[in-house]
Structure formats: C-alpha cells, structure tokens
Design a protein around this ligand. Structure first.
Ligand code: MRU
Length: 346
C-alpha cells in the first residue's frame, strides 16, 4: 500500500491526514481523544474499517492517559470517552462495534489492576487492527474469484487501503486480481462532494500500477450504455441483516444503473460492517454533513454562499440490487436474510 493508514506509535495514534491527499502526505501523531474525535469528524481518518480501528485505538489512548487509581473511576472515565467518540460519525457501524468490544473487555477485567487493564486494552486495539489486515486479504481473495482477466470495473468512493489497515475492501479485490496476473481496468467515480474517488482511489490505484480512469459521477450511465463496464465493486459502511447496504452517497445511483444494464454489482465488506440489530436498510442512521461541503470544492465556492443544500453522506442500496456480498468469511448471495444469518456473532 502507498502508506500505513493508522497505527500506534510511541503512545500516540499515528495516521495519515486523508483530507490533504493526494497533494500532501502528512502524518499526524494524535495524543488526545478530542483531537481524534475531530480527525474522524473531519475525515482525516475515514472509511468504515479505519474508523473502527481509530475508535479502538482511541479507547486505548483514553486508558493510557487516565490518572484514575480505582477501577470504578477508570471505567467511568473510559465510558465517557467512548460515548464521546461514538458521537463523531453515526453511519459506519465498525466504530460502534470496536468501541463496544473495547468497553466489554474493560468491564470483564474489573478484578485486575488498572495498569494491567491499560495494557490489555492496547493489546486488544492492536488485535482489531491486525484482524482488519487479515480480513482485507481474505476478502481480496474471495472477491478476486469473481474477476476475469480483461474485466473493466467501476468503483465508487474509496474502499482501499486508506479506508482500512491494509489492502482495502473493494480495492483489495483489484490488488489481488492484479497479483494473480489478471489484467483489469478500473473506472473511478470522483465521488462528490468530498472527492474520495478522485483524491484517494485514483491515487491508490495508480500507486499500485492499476490502469485507472477517473470519471465524474454523472458519467457512469453513459459508460455502461456503451458496454464498457463488466462489473461494479464497492465497499460498505453498514449492512443490515437483510443485506441492504449503506455506502457513500451515489452508490445507490450506481446500483440502479448496474441493474438496468445487467451488470453484476458486488459489495465488499468485513463482518464488522454488518449490523444484525438492524433488520433493513431503513433503520441505518444516515449522516448529514455541513452544507459548505457541497457549496465548495476543495475550499473554493462553486455555488452561491447562501444556497440551500442537502448533504447526506451515505445512501442505502437495497439488497435486490446487490449480486453478492463478499466478506472475509466467503461470498454471500440472495436470499441474504438466510445466507447472512451464518455470520451472526453470538
Ligand atoms: O465518508 P467516508 O469517506 O468515510 O465514506 C467511506 C465510504 O463510504 C467507503 O466507500 C466505505 O467506508 C467502504 S470502506 C472500505
């Protein structure tokens, strides 16, 4: 991968500031939970699995910074910081999954000295990071089995190494296909408003020597109509028990287009992106972001400063439009309610 997205270094969280890419490669050493909250909110750290890892490392950081001398005080502090981190972004379930895993672990070690629990929490956060690396590779292998030599693939947003700790989800499939010697071409949607496709996906794919062509979001239909797209691969931020999948705004448009043009549409996501407490996509909370993200492009106004704006960060693709969901545990097909049931955590 071009860079290590997020890691733990000398008692701090080191991450690459994705808002500056591809112009500038800048790493930040984050030493406080409020700074981490801001990094997640501003999309310095972004992408569902990476947000989950940030949350886990954030709990380890909060624990490390704590001066509490009893377990009760320590847990109370930790819970406050967990609640705060959980308020940073609402859609990617990986964040809540990681925070809850860390909180449960702290609770179940109540009989140990606080200093020991701090070490246990850091170890767990690094385990979550390591598990993500392994699931990226497994998803990539399963996903690559769906790719043929010569395929031209469309992707939306950034589901690459920058959104995870390693290979990415959808982009991992492309990296693995290339590693297997398959020649593929990728079209990357620019992904307005924040241009994750143009800034991040194009950068990652070029770095890995994959033939990538950047298009504006409104160009996908014409490419499909000309028969130029064989498959679509995207990531996800939260998948309901019935397979409805929330992903970056505009993904639903692509899925509708793919259905119309009879093009397979694949979602690639780790098990930590599934929310079995949510029956359908209607229950997925959709983040609405600042109006200026739409009024501007990279800080420059492209619309009247006072124009009304609607800026949902995600949309939900109904399961009926999804050909298959690729996870680290295998490939799942319709009916999803039934096939995905075997992924349910105890
Ligand atoms: O708002 P973002 O950039 O965090 O949104 C990210 C996406 O929607 C990605 O496509 C998704 O997280 C899949 S990441 C492997």
């Amino acid at each position: 991968m071009p860079v290590e997205t997020i890691t733990w270094k000398n008692g701090k969280i080191r991450y690459i500031d994705q808002t500056l890419l591809p112009r500038k490669v800048k790493f930040i050493d984050c030493a406080s939970v409020p700074r981490l909250w801001k990094a997640i909110k501003r999309l310095e750290i972004r992408g569902a699995p990476a947000i989950g890892i940030a949350g886990a490392l954030g709990v380890a950081l909060a624990a490390n910074n704590s001066k509490a001398d009893t377990f009760e005080k320590f847990l109370a502090e930790l819970r406050k910081e967990i609640k705060y981190l959980a308020s940073s972004r609402p859609t990617a379930v990986n964040l809540f999954w990681a925070l809850s895993r860390m909180e449960c672990l702290a609770e179940s070690n109540s009989f140990k000295p606080v200093a020991t629990i701090k070490k246990i929490l850091l170890k767990e956060a690094l385990r979550i990071l390591d598990e993500d690396k392994k699931s990226c590779r497994a998803m990539a292998r399963y996903g690559a089995s769906l790719v043929k030599n010569g395929d031209t693939i469309l992707t939306h947003c950034n589901a690459g190494g920058l959104a995870t700790a390693d290979y990415g989800t959808a982009l991992g499939v492309f990296f693995e296909s290339k590693r297997q010697g398959k020649h593929i071409k990728v079209y990357a949607d620019e992904t307005r408003p924040l241009l994750q496709g143009a800034r991040l996906t194009a950068w990652e794919l070029m770095h890995e020597g994959i033939d990538v062509t950047l298009i504006c979001d409104n160009m996908a239909a014409s490419l499909m109509a000309k028969g130029k797209i064989d498959k679509v691969f995207v990531g996800a931020d939260r998948i309901a028990a019935n397979g409805d999948a929330a992903n970056k705004i505009g993904t639903y448009n692509v899925a509708v287009l793919a259905k119309y043009h009879k093009i397979p549409f694949y979602v690639v996501a780790p098990v930590s992106t599934f929310d079995f407490n949510i029956r359908t996509g209607c229950d997925i909370p959709i983040e609405e972001r600042d109006a200026n993200e739409v009024r501007t492009i990279m800080g420059s106004h492209v619309a009247p400063a006072e124009v009304k704006v609607y800026n949902p960060a995600f949309d939900v693709t109904p399961n009926s439009l999804i050909t298959a969901i690729v996870t680290e545990k295998g490939i799942f097909r319709k009916p999803y309610q039934k096939s995905l049931a075997r992924l349910k955590r105890p």
